[in-house]
Design a protein around this ligand. Structure first.
Ligand SMILES: Nc1ncnc2c1ncn2[C@@H]1O[C@H](COP(=O)(O)OP(=O)(O)OP(=O)(O)O)[C@@H](O)[C@H]1O
Ligand SMILES: [Mg+2]
Length: 294
């Protein structure tokens, strides 16, 4: 169990990135959704002991994350949003090096572990290639292999699927889904489908605050019956925005489909539609007056 209480952080330029964040996260996959600048990476880096919070506490079971960084690092697997530049050394050598850092000192044991991980993330055939030459998806899979060294109890992956093609994304999802069920896994993302596909629990963050923290199926059930959609012309969008509570619009086969939220049937050609997590996401941002840059 990961227990976060009242974490706040203001950067030296005056930007408050975390504003009283509290969360209780159980074992399994937890989705942290939020638009750009919400504070997701700040929270992830704080939990990964890479930066300090101004106030608050965070415990992984009985490990005091903010004050006992060494112990936390022993059980942490972290895939940062930006990995920096990848060195021109092979995946094999790099994983071996990371395993040494994680304290796997026995050479035979290390070899077995590294080989196992390379197979697991489907990089065995390219194990001798420099990681700097990997494609985006391969780098992410390498990143998860690196994060899984040493049987971590807390795995943090920050925006892992941004920029991946659908096939790589699916592969990455499967990898995450295979991590043991006694591990707390936090997946931070602004891609709603990542959370719908993978997470049994989640929170939505905006402006440094937790806006909601509920299971996807429960928040979806709450909105059920109040989302309506209609296919409209693109040039009518601003009229609709002025007259309805617009959640979002998507292009479907070249046409613009608009989702709105309404207490009762709005008529005007709108049809009641099945609620999905995207509706919840946008209605939460809307309720909190958080706009997302298109
Ligand atoms: N080192 C820093 N110094 C000053 N401000 C920062 C720093 N890092 C982040 N910020 C600001 O803090 C806020 C939260 O940033 P953060 O990177 O945590 O958001 P995020 O939710 O991860 O966004 P994204 O989806 O773009 O990755 C943003 O306004 C950002 O500009
Ligand atoms: Mg981020």
């Amino acid at each position: 169990m990961l227990s976060i209480k009242n974490l706040s952080k203001t950067y030296s330029n005056g930007k408050q990135a975390l504003d009283g964040v509290s969360l209780e996260i159980s074992q399994g996959m937890f989705g942290l959704l939020g638009p750009n600048g919400a504070g997701k990476s700040t929270l992830m880096r704080t939990l990964a002991t890479l930066q300090d919070a101004d106030t608050g506490s965070a415990f992984l079971n009985d490990i005091d994350i903010l004050n006992d960084k060494e112990n936390l690092r022993q059980v942490l697997g972290y895939l940062p949003q930006e990995f920096g530049t990848y060195p021109r050394i092979s995946a094999l050598r790099m994983l071996d090096h990371f395993a040494v850092l994680k304290g796997v000192v026995n050479k035979g044991e290390r070899k077995e572990l590294v080989n196992h991980l390379l197979n697991e993330v489907n990089l065995w055939d390219s194990r001798k290639m420099a990681v700097s030459n990997y494609s985006g998806g391969m780098k992410q899979r390498f990143g998860i292999a690196q994060a899984l060294i040493g049987d971590p109890k807390l795995v943090i992956v920050d925006e892992p699927t941004a920029g991946l093609d659908p096939e790589e994304r699916r592969r990455f999802h499967n990898l995450l889904a295979d991590i043991g069920s006694n591990t707390v896994i936090i997946l931070s993302t602004h891609i709603v489908d990542d959370v719908s596909d993978l997470c049994s629990d989640m929170a939505i963050m905006g402006n440094g605050k937790i806006l909601i923290n509920e299971k996807p199926k429960d928040v979806i059930a709450k909105l059920e019956g109040s989302v309506y959609s209609k296919v409209v012309e693109r040039n009518e969008l601003s009229d609709y925005e002025a007259n309805y509570q617009v959640l979002f619009s998507t292009l479907v086969g070249g046409r613009t489909k608009l989702n709105i939220v309404a207490d009762s049937d709005p008529g005007a050609g709108f049809c009641a539609t099945q609620v999905n997590l995207e509706d919840v996401y946008f209605s939460t941002l809307r309720d909190n007056q958080i706009s997302i840059a298109a």
